[in-house]
Design a protein around this ligand. Structure first.
Ligand code: PLP
Length: 268
């Protein structure tokens, strides 16, 4: 929050605003509800638009219903008429119409920070984007500051860009160079679960993590990308933002709780 004196001497109070565009998960473990509450806890106001109304339990995404392209466009307009938007976190997009609308939006809004969590499939196997929507990531990635794939999402992104490299490190460098975006590979290699790797400008930075309880948490990808956006908006460098976000996520995992259907939820 920032207090400023207005032209006539009256005091105004402002708050930096982040935008979240992601799927609506009614359990609050992932998607819009999780993203907004995580960002707000960091002292940044968060506004948000759902891309898809889902029905899910802790483990299973049972159905998805995309919102219309025109709703997304007018909701974004309304948010811009209300706030100065400092950055956006993009999660589940779902359909080519929604991905195209976000490409259009990013081109006209030229936001400072664009963090894209490429949500393609839930951990328990439900497809969260169509094939045509997936192909459009070729256009959305160059508009991003940071893209945060896990290992499965990395494979899909590299196939869209036609990258044949099999070894993870040169593959991530190639994807970062071709797409023009920094890449944070989340989850790490098998033996080092919890370690993330940042690929930026031909350099790799390793962010070690603890292994505890990382195995079956709902919404870890949503949480880390939202935390990173909040820390970038606060003014931290990308590496500092990632380090701080990982520390906070680890705490959230440590105080996590188990749902009735046996999934772990983060508690921040
Ligand atoms: N629902 C929404 C809206 C999501 O954004 C995601 C993942 O990002 C999921 C469900 C699936 O989450 P998980 O794979 O952690 O179960």
């Amino acid at each position: 929050m920032e207090r400023k004196s207005g032209r006539k001497g009256e005091e105004t109070v402002t708050c930096k605003t982040a935008l979240v565009v992601s799927g609506f998960d009614p359990t609050g473990g992932a998607g819009l509800l999780a993203d907004i509450s995580i960002i707000r806890r960091e002292g940044i106001h968060a506004a948000g638009v759902p891309t898809s109304l889902t029905v899910q339990t802790g483990k299973k995404v049972k159905s998805t219903r995309p919102i219309s392209r025109s709703y997304l466009r007018y909701a974004l307009q309304g948010i811009h008429e209300t706030f100065d938007v400092w950055g956006v976190k993009i999660g589940m997009l779902g359909t080519p119409a929604i991905v195209s609308e976000m490409i259009r939006y990013l081109r006209i809004s030229s936001l400072r920070w664009v963090v894209v969590d490429p949500v393609f499939q839930s951990s328990y196997g439900t497809q969260l984007i169509t094939r045509e929507g997936l192909k459009l990531f070729k256009e959305i990635m160059p508009l991003a500051t940071l893209v945060t794939p896990n290992r499965d999402e990395l494979k899909l992104l590299s196939s869209i860009f036609g990258i044949r490299e099999k070894k993870r490190e040169p593959l991530c460098h190639a994807l970062s160079e071709i797409s023009g975006s920094s890449i944070l590979l989340t989850g790490g290699h098998e033996k080092e679960r919890g370690t993330d790797y940042l690929f930026q400008g031909g350099r790799m930075t390793e962010f070690p993590g603890r292994t505890e309880k990382r195995n079956d948490f709902h919404g870890t990808g949503c949480a880390i990308s939202s935390l990173i956006l909040a820390h970038l908006i606060m003014g931290h460098t990308l590496t500092k933002a990632i380090k701080m976000s990982k520390m906070k996520l680890e705490k959230g995992l440590h105080s996590g709780f188990r749902s009735r259907d046996g999934r772990w939820f983060i508690k921040l």
